[in-house]
Design a protein around this ligand. Structure first.
Ligand SMILES: [Zn+2]
Length: 196
């Protein structure tokens, strides 16, 4: 199976010595679905390739600085490190065990669902919750897959526990997550629209 490619943009790069090219690509079988599309972006000039990348932002393609991309990458790494730290602290301070014990002591799945819903905000009903729990095999497994750092403040409160250090880490992680999801600063106007 190959790839169908359609050139949707071709124009001069920032220095004018080469080209920016954007191609819409999809697998070349007749039952292609819209979500299987992707956009290949090429910079044919090595000077511009060193300095810029072509990024998808809000349905358009913009040149952005590689240095800004690297900055964002560094923020992502910091965020992942923070999540690791939070997990370690949640475990080493005994919160994880306390959470496991409390969930284990509940009389029924319905009770667990009812109690945890205000903390986790499940976007599915009790029967799906049961299935997820079954797939996770253990309470600990379920916690690892479903309780994330942004839930922990509410979870601590539910457990009647306090941990200001952990709450600080959670706040930092939240900020890093927001920063890592911000759009990159763009260089000039969009070179083409891919909103279709
Ligand atoms: Zn160039």
């Amino acid at each position: 199976m190959g790839t169908d490619r359609f050139e949707i943009y071709k124009g001069p790069c920032s220095c004018g010595e080469g080209e920016y090219i954007v191609e819409e690509c999809c697998p070349d079988h007749p039952w292609t679905k819209p979500h299987q599309k992707w956009y290949d972006r090429t910079i044919t000039c090595s000077a511009c390739r060193n300095e810029y990348s072509l990024e998808k932002i809000d349905g358009e393609i913009y040149p952005v600085l590689n240095s800004e991309k690297r900055k964002r990458e560094a923020i992502r790494e910091k965020w992942h490190d923070m999540i690791k730290k939070i997990k370690e602290r949640f475990e080493s301070e005994g919160h994880l065990e306390a959470l496991e014990r409390k969930i284990d002591s509940m009389p029924s799945m319905a009770a667990i669902y009812r109690e945890l819903n205000p903390l986790v905000h499940f976007h599915y009903g009790l029967s799906t919750f049961r299935k997820h729990f079954k797939v996770s095999h253990t309470v600990k497994g379920w916690i690892e897959e479903n309780i994330h750092h942004w839930h922990l403040k509410a979870v601590l409160k539910w457990l009647g526990r306090e941990d200001p250090v952990l709450e600080n880490l959670v706040r930092e992680a939240k900020q890093l997550r927001e920063d890592s999801q911000k759009n990159l600063p763009v260089i000039g106007p969009a070179i083409c629209n891919i909103r279709n």
